[in-house]
Design a protein around this ligand. Structure first.
Ligand SMILES: *Cc1c(COP(=O)(O)O)cnc(C)c1O
Length: 342
């Protein structure tokens, strides 16, 4: 039996895209200042400010868990709380890192039908208890797209940020797949972030095709005070920072970030169309970005696994298939063939 050539268990199974790889090779010439005092880190930060059309503060971390949890920690005192959905990565997949790095800020987890927060859910926490016995709500965090591949529309984000403003809350966006969301909504990065009232954004590079690295953007610059120290203390200040930064320069300046997001979304949509309607196969959620969740007969799941296919079933309650920047027609077709065999 041959292993499948491509796997769709996670978008992180993919390798490094050509732009990011070339940028690392280019940065690998000669000696350069360490700890972010290099030309690539400056250029990457400027490229973010150009792309978003605003003078945000930019930082880099190795992964999304660190980016999210350090950003949330920067926004909270230990007695504060963070409102999130029950499906949020910060709640289900970061091993308590947001609470750890914030010295105990509590996550207030809202039961949500589709993994999305709403103004009403936020209000339920933030306006419900205001007494001194309850951890004071301070931040709202939303994942765009969500962990099950759903999107907040611009109107939904604006409604959430209006609620945050009214209640004195800061709005954080977990954009581990920010590129997929921008590609899917066809809006600008600015429209989906600061113009919609997002104060702090974690912009994912890894799932977008880089080896490593997420950017943390503070649109409210006052909230970024001492964030560089926080990154350093948490072991997230890369000494050879240029290898985190250089791929961003190339990805942002070439538009590769958006092309990769679009490619992944297209593959997910194509896959969903090809398996929908096959016997026993049920699409669990609308396919809005690069994730497809299927309810599959257990015999089909067993056969897929026996034939070397990998997929998770602990997220969203079904079989999850994620499509990356490099998903090929043949790779997708092979999975379709295996699933639709019955
Ligand atoms: C992948 C992901 C992250 C980051 O995860 P790391 O493994 O820590 O890089 C954050 N949020 C969401 C929604 C994700 O899917």
């Amino acid at each position: 039996m041959t292993e499948p050539v491509q796997q769709f268990a996670s978008d992180n199974y993919a390798g490094i895209c050509p732009e990011a790889w070339a940028a690392m090779a280019e940065a690998n010439q000669g000696h350069h200042p360490a700890y972010g005092d290099d030309v690539w880190t400056q250029r990457a930060s400027d490229a973010f400010r150009t792309l978003f059309g605003t003078g945000c503060e930019v930082f880099f971390a190795f992964n999304g868990t660190a980016a999210n949890s350090l950003a949330l920690a920067a926004l909270c005192q230990s007695y504060h709380s963070v409102i999130c959905s029950d499906a949020a990565h910060v709640e289900t997949d970061e091993c308590g890192a947001p609470e750890f790095f914030s010295n105990g800020s509590k996550l207030l987890v809202a039961a949500s039908a589709d993994g999305k927060l709403t103004p009403d859910l936020i209000r339920g926490f933030a306006a419900g208890r205001r007494d001194i016995h309850f951890p004071k709500p301070r931040v709202v965090t939303i994942s765009q797209p969500t962990e099950t591949g759903r999107l907040y529309s611009l109107e939904e984000i604006r409604a959430i940020s209006a609620t945050c403003r009214e209640l004195g809350l800061v709005l954080h966006m977990d954009g581990a797949r920010f590129a997929n969301a921008v590609a899917a909504l066809g809006c600008s990065p600015a429209e989906m972030s600061w113009q919609a009232g997002v104060d702090v954004l974690c912009f994912g590079g890894t799932k977008n095709g880089m080896a490593v690295g997420e950017a943390i953007l503070f649109f409210r610059r006052d909230l970024a005070e001492d964030f560089d120290y926080r990154c350093k203390q948490a072991g997230q200040l890369a000494s050879k920072m240029r290898f985190l930064a250089a791929p961003w320069v190339r990805m942002l300046e070439s538009g590769g970030w958006l092309a990769n997001g679009r490619h992944a979304n297209d593959a997910a949509r194509r896959f969903a169309a090809l398996v929908a309607g096959a016997p026993g196969v049920e699409l669990m959620f609308p396919v809005e970005a690069n994730a497809v969740f299927l309810r599959l007969p257990s015999a089909t799941q067993d056969r897929l696994r026996a034939r070397g296919w990998r997929f998770y079933t602990f997220i969203g309650g079904g079989a999850r298939f994620m499509f990356a920047w490099d998903a090929t027609e043949e790779g997708v077709a092979a999975l379709v063939e295996e699933i639709t065999r019955g």
